[in-house]
Write a new protein. Structure first.
Length: 843
């Protein structure tokens, strides 16, 4: 019994010795652990614990130097040509990711060249497992902390622009230290990584045999003193200049609870108020004498200047003053310039009243010729051209970038948001997203017949960049397992490089998931689907992309919320052209508002300009001013048309702001002047003076013309100053407004005055309004003041001209002004983009 037992122990010992015998027996300088390539499926190194071998040819040596550097210019190596070719093909995959930082690229090559070709390979590489063909399936790479740290530090800050992420996310799986980085590199991933498993024993580990030591040569630093290896600031924080410390934010200046600026405005108002009250009290004789003695101010003379003008209006018992006030040509003061302007307008009004049809014809010809510019009308819709100054440095840099590197990508995004607090991700909804993507992929644009593959951005072959949760299953529904989708989603979101989509760029969870807790990705309450489309300077390519986007909106996205499979999900979306499209939609809806406003103003002007002095229908037909109101509104429209034509003739594009605002602006200004002229003419009629229509019209324009001229010039100059603003939308609006207001003024003091004279002749001949060929036998009527004029004259004016009320009004408005100044710094800067969009916009 003892012999078999001894035999069994002997056999077991022999088997144990054989199985535990190290594959790499010799660990010393000048020896290899592996050389050549073996393997039936993938080429892997052959386990050969032999001395290093001199390169077989000069070409091999040169290729080795070009790849791994001058360290391999002499001496034997542990790799052959086939291994070097495999190494070159593998490192090229990382070159476009990290080559922007020379130090990282050098360390990367040093790391893998030493592992593959170093003549001292056996001192830091130990083979741990083989396949049936002596091919290496596992190895330990003993790396030291110094080189590992330098390697990691040189690569950790490199930016990878294509995915807007860090290069470490790709080459190191988002590693936080050097050991995590090299462990990720050594993971067995055929085709996309190492063909066999490479382990990196931790620093605490002990070498299994004598002769093994850690590879711990000096690496390059990203802020290396050698300019050839020094990295840019964007890829290496250590090379960035040290900025001075940010000054501490100073506490806001306050006086108690009030800001210093507001307190200063308050004190200014109090001082002005006290000075004003002092001057008011100076009307007292004692105080007046005191001011006369010490300051030489005669209060009585100051007050007397304004008293003469108030008496005629405030004292109803003074018949003489009333007579002066009622005289339409009475002017308490005369100025040389005002007299000259009045004379000019008098003769101009006389000419327009004597030759009304000639003036109207000339005005229409002028409007027609200027409106020919509509043929060159162009509307600017590009937000960049609207809101960015042509001299902007940012715009110049963008144009340079677009010209040399093509414009930035177009994006179409779809957001899936849970309407409840429950996570949105479920097997059914992810399957629905798979189906939606297939539906989107199959649509064809209506005009050009383009599909997604025609307009999408595909940097790697024909595969479009589609950033979606389905990318973790390579966009293929057949790869999706409804049973274990949660674990797969968590694993892929934690390590995106292990689940590459079809376009072979890792999908970071922040790009496709939203509102998840910590790193529990399956709790996300939002999913994001992003299509990246090509952008171009070519207008045809842009038109194709916009056509595809519009087709997508019309056929799928605009109705997607109505589909039953998306119950409980709120879906929002946007395309690159959505903003312009929605702004155009706003302009189209505003056209109805503009039309309604003009119709309402038609009705208001015709009613307000007329005088309902009798309830007799025949008298009303004569006194109606509907046709005159129509003429006034048409003049406003002609002004806008002329302004658009002149503006378009300069070759500039108008903006949607102009189309929406200018009609209202000119309408408001123009209607005011129409009422001023009509009411002044009517006042002269009521006084019953024996004047001809031409004389009355001339005096009306002579009296009101200077006021209309000054107000119109003020508005024109104010808008003209706005053209100095470099923002195109503001400057073009200001220029258009200035032209429209000035043209409106010209037409009102010429064309409308002629229309006013013609209407006066119609009334004198008792012809019906709008049908002047019909004579109406209307009864005579005694002209009298209207209700509104009586209220203003008898009640409103005496009240506001009372000396106490005047002071109160002045101080009240000054207080409001100071209050506005004090609160102005608290206004937030910027514009909420939602304000510019229609309330029913999907954006």
């Amino acid at each position: 019994m003892r012999i078999p037992l001894l035999l069994y122990c002997l056999i077991s010992w022999l088997i144990l010795e054989i199985t535990c015998e190290p594959i790499t027996k010799i660990h010393k300088e000048g020896y290899c652990s592996m050389r050549g390539q073996c393997g039936s499926f993938l080429p892997v190194p052959c386990a050969k614990n032999i001395p290093a071998v001199e390169p077989e040819s000069d070409m091999f040596r040169q290729s080795l130097i070009d790849t791994c550097g001058a360290d391999f210019a002499t001496g034997p190596v542990c790799c052959d040509e086939s291994q070097l070719e495999s190494l070159i093909s593998q490192v090229k995959q990382a070159e476009r990711i990290i080559a922007s930082c020379p130090a990282c690229w050098k360390n990367f090559l040093q790391f893998w060249c030493s592992f593959t070709c170093s003549p001292d390979q056996s001192t830091f590489v130990n083979i741990t497992s083989l396949d049936d063909h002596q091919g290496v399936t596992g190895a330990d790479y003993w790396v030291g902390d110094r080189f590992g740290s330098q390697f990691f530090d040189s690569c950790k800050d490199i930016q990878f622009g294509s995915s807007n992420s860090f290069a470490m996310d790709l080459i190191g799986g988002g590693a936080k230290n050097w050991h995590e980085m090299v462990t990720f590199m050594g993971m067995k991933r055929p085709f996309m990584g190492s063909p066999f498993q490479i382990d990196f024993p931790p620093m605490e580990g002990r070498a299994p045999s004598d002769g093994l030591m850690r590879y711990d040569q000096d690496g390059k630093l990203c802020n290396d003193t050698d300019p050839a290896y020094r990295c840019a600031c964007v890829d290496c924080q250590a090379t960035c200049p040290v900025l001075p410390p940010t000054p501490e934010e100073q506490p806001e200046c306050r006086v108690g609870l009030i800001r210093c600026w507001s307190f200063a405005m308050l004190m200014t108002y109090v001082i002005v108020l006290l000075l004003g009250l002092t001057l008011v009290l100076a009307r007292n004789k004692t105080i007046g004498q005191w001011c006369q003695r010490f300051f030489g101010i005669n209060i009585d003379q100051l007050e007397a200047r304004g008293l003469y003008e108030r008496l005629a209006l405030a004292d109803d018992d003074d018949d003489e003053d009333d007579q002066d006030l009622l005289d339409p040509d009475y002017t308490p003061r005369r100025y040389w310039l005002n007299s000259r302007v009045q004379n000019w307008f008098y003769y101009q009004g006389l000419f327009c009243a004597r030759h009304p049809w000639s003036v109207i014809l000339i005005s229409l010809v002028f409007v027609f010729l200027c409106s020919l510019g509509w043929s060159r009308l162009a509307i600017e819709q590009d937000p960049v051209n609207l809101w960015v100054s042509p001299t902007s440095t940012a715009l110049a840099q963008k144009n340079y970038f677009d010209k040399h590197f093509t414009p930035f990508y177009r994006t179409t995004q779809i957001f899936f948001v849970s309407e409840s607090d429950e996570p949105i991700a479920s097997a059914e909804r992810i399957e629905n997203i798979f189906k939606l993507e297939q539906e989107i992929k199959s649509i064809k644009s209506r005009t050009y017949g383009s599909t997604l593959s025609d307009v999408c951005f595909h940097p790697t072959g024909d595969v479009c960049i589609v950033q979606s949760v389905t990318g973790y299953w390579q966009g293929d529904l057949d790869n999706f397992d409804p049973e274990n989708w949660k674990s797969h989603l968590d694993a892929c979101a934690s390590q995106p490089s292990d689940c590459l989509p079809e376009f072979l760029q890792p999908l970071k969870p922040q790009m496709i998931l939203g509102a998840y807790e910590d790193e529990k990705y399956t709790t996300a309450k939002a999913l994001i689907l992003t299509y990246v489309l090509k952008n171009s300077m070519n207008e045809t390519d842009i038109a194709k992309a916009e056509d595809w986007e519009k087709t997508l909106l019309d056929t799928i996205l605009s109705h997607i919320n109505e589909r039953p499979e998306w119950d409980g999900v709120r879906i929002t979306y946007s395309t690159e052209s959505s903003l312009e499209t929605e702004l155009n939609k706003s302009s189209n809806t505003d056209a109805k508002t503009i039309l309604i406003s003009y119709i309402v103003m038609f009705i208001y002007a015709s009613v307000a300009l007329g005088r309902l002095s009798s309830f007799n229908i025949r008298r009303w037909a004569v006194d109606s001013k509907f046709s005159l109101g129509v003429c006034g509104i048409l003049i406003v429209i002609f002004s806008v048309s002329t302004a658009v034509g002149l503006f378009s003739l300069t070759g500039k594009k108008i903006t949607l702001i102009i189309a929406e605002v200018i009609p209202f602006l000119v309408l408001a200004v123009g209607v005011d002047n129409i009422f001023i002229l009509c009411h002044e003419y009517q006042r002269r009629v009521e006084l019953g003076q024996d004047e001809s229509i031409e004389e009355r019209t001339a005096k009306t324009l002579g009296k009101m013309g200077p006021s209309i001229l000054l107000s119109s010039l003020s508005e024109t100059i104010a808008f003209g100053l706005g053209t100095m603003v470099t923002m195109p939308a503001v400057s073009s609006f200001a220029m258009m407004a200035a032209i429209a207001v000035f043209v409106d003024f010209l037409l009102q003091v010429t064309c409308f005055v002629s229309c006013l004279a013609l209407d006066a002749r119609r009334v004198k001949d008792r012809r019906a309004d709008c049908v002047p060929c019909v004579t109406v036998k209307a009864p005579e009527v005694i002209e009298k003041e209207g209700f509104l004029e009586s209220v203003i004259k008898l009640y409103y004016v005496p009240v506001i001209l009372h000396h106490k009320i005047r002071y109160f009004i002045a101080f009240a408005f000054l207080g409001l002004f100071m209050l506005g100044l004090s609160l102005a710094p608290q206004l937030p800067l910027g514009l909420d983009q939602r304000i510019a969009l229609p309330s029913d916009s999907y954006l």
